[in-house]
Design a protein around this ligand. Structure first.
Ligand code: TRP
Length: 334
């Protein structure tokens, strides 16, 4: 807790083109959650350098992502939308937490195993301690809840373990965060292989709808989406491609799966795919327009970046000073 409100923290990396899956599964939810919680939504650029990045590209993408947060409807006056690298406490707390995290724990992280096999030429220490930086992100704001996908649950579990371990030694210094597993977040699968999650790193561009795709591209990708030979719009696990299209259509229109099945009773896949494509265009078009408008307003975005970094710095310092004191660092004379 910070003051009266429960605190929520989440972050996204700015690497790769964001997809419809990122929007329907995460960003759209974040907007809903911002009514209920005091939210910190970070662009976690420090996490991004665990793999090599082109500097100009990294900087541009970080700005694009922050702009997208606002375009998606996150109010930058109400929420704290900021770059992780602008707030010194993340690195400072991460160091301290590193000293309370065991090699064995980090060795068990499945994402580390995955990533180190993919980047065998650059298995750096940052990649190994990535989950500790993530724990610092969360604990720094005394977060109560963290909305994360399944792939990040193991990291969140580690953050909880570190918090409990340090609370056990020093008394209550950290709120122990809970995962927020929302019912509303849709899990969107690849349009080309519905057994796989829609991913910004997919090599096949037809597998994903990118948030900045134009209407023609969106319609074309839905026309090509993999389905099956049943020929009837039904909601079951055997028809994984259609299942995914129903989920997308539901998320975009607010209709339940049953309503969708009824709506397309007796109709072919062609009609259904067109309707899904149009519903996605209907959701993305206003988002894209607002994004472009914001991109043109450099002064406004700069102001948001400055104000929100100051806000995050203020709250994070409270926790950091408390932790530094508890573990025995000399008090700063003022
Ligand atoms: N590791 C997360 C991901 O790749 C991003 C992230 C960094 C994060 N710090 C976080 C998510 C803290 C939630 C809370 O998706």
């Amino acid at each position: 807790m910070l003051g009266e409100n429960k605190v929520l923290f989440s972050g996204m990396q700015s690497t790769g083109n964001l997809t419809l899956g990122n929007y329907l599964g995460a960003l759209k939810n974040w907007v809903k959650l911002s009514d209920e919680y005091m939210c910190f939504y970070s662009v976690v650029d420090m996490h991004s350098i665990t793999v090599r990045q082109d500097p100009a590209d990294l900087r541009q993408r970080a700005r694009n992502l922050l702009t997208l947060y606002i375009a998606a409807g996150l109010d930058p006056e109400k929420n704290c939308l900021y770059y992780q690298s602008h707030v010194s406490g993340h690195a400072e707390l991460a160091w301290i937490l590193n000293c309370f995290t065991y090699m064995g724990e980090l060795n068990r992280m499945t994402q580390f195993k995955d990533k180190s096999s993919k980047h065998a030429d650059n298995i750096n220490a940052g990649l190994f301690t990535y989950p500790v930086l993530m724990a610092a992100d969360i604990l720094l704001y005394q977060s109560d809840v963290v909305p994360v996908g399944k792939d990040q649950l193991q990291h969140l579990e580690l953050a909880r373990d570190i918090a409990q371990r340090m609370n056990g030694i020093y008394g209550d210094i950290f709120t122990v965060p809970e995962p927020y597993i929302g019912k509303v977040g849709a899990k969107i699968m690849s349009l080309q292989d519905p057994a796989k999650k829609m991913s910004k790193s997919d090599e096949n561009p037809n597998a994903s709808i990118y948030l900045m795709d134009d209407p023609d591209t969106i319609m074309r990708k839905f026309k090509r989406a993999v389905t099956d030979s049943e020929g009837c719009v039904a909601y079951n696990d055997e028809q994984a491609g259609i299942h995914n299209l129903i989920d997308i259509y539901s998320a975009c229109t607010g209709k339940s799966a049953e309503e969708v099945v009824k709506e397309f009773d007796g109709k072919g896949y062609g009609d259904f795919k067109m309707a899904v494509g149009e519903s996605v265009v209907g959701v993305l078009k206003p988002l894209q327009d607002e994004y472009k408008r914001l991109q043109g307003d450099k002064a406004y975005i700069d102001k948001i970046i400055k104000e929100n970094a100051d806000k995050a710095q203020y709250y994070s310092n409270k926790t950091l000073r408390k932790v530094q004191k508890k573990i025995g660092f000399p008090v700063r004379p003022n």
